[in-house]
Design a protein around this ligand. Structure first.
Ligand code: PNS
Length: 159
């Protein structure tokens, strides 16, 4: 059984993320979606909210499980016998950002990172762009799940 993890901040999960996760779910018997903390980021949603939104948006995939990854991703992988990390790549810039993490995670826990090229129709989507658009009143209905769309609307109303 080959288990993989798709880690990220998922603040919030976008259709781009969901596409990578759906493709990974066809390649591996079990796919964890690891909702993690990136110390460089200020989040719109708490860890619990990001997990709940990802769970609801991905419930149609029976071999996908959303989990919290607290602490080092490599340590989580070692503890759960996960040997593969899957990341989506939208651009060369993404690769520059991902490459050192992939090397580090391989060094720390012998975990390989597999990169999936983003679907060309979704490669422009990022959580940051979604939040930027929403905060200026843009419509992001086609970029995120219905659940995430509703959560973004609620978030704006309470700000
Ligand atoms: O969606 P993001 O914010 O680009 O995802 C980055 C994330 C959360 C996957 C990365 O920061 C991470 O793995 N954080 C967990 C802590 C960790 O292991 N840091 C060292 C990375 S080599």
């Amino acid at each position: 059984m080959t288990k993989a993890i798709v880690p990220g901040s998922f603040d919030p999960l976008t259709n781009g993320h969901a596409d990578v996760i759906a493709r990974a779910s066809q390649m591996f018997t079990k796919v964890y979606v690891g909702v993690a903390h990136n110390s460089a980021k200020n989040y719109w949603f708490t860890l619990e909210e990001r997990i709940a939104l990802a769970k609801e948006s991905l419930k149609q995939f029976p071999n996908v499980e959303v989990v919290a990854v607290e602490g080092l991703l490599a340590a989580w992988c070692a503890a759960h016998e996960v040997k593969v990390i899957v990341k989506g790549l939208r651009s060369g810039q993404d690769f520059e950002y991902e490459y050192p993490q992939a090397v580090l995670n391989a060094d720390l826990a012998a975990v390989e990172t597999v990169f999936l090229p983003s679907n060309p129709q979704l490669g422009h989507i990022s959580s940051s762009i979604v939040k930027e658009l929403v905060s200026y009143g843009g419509n992001v209905e086609n970029l995120v799940s219905k659940t995430v769309f509703a959560a973004l609307k609620r978030r704006l109303e309470t700000n």
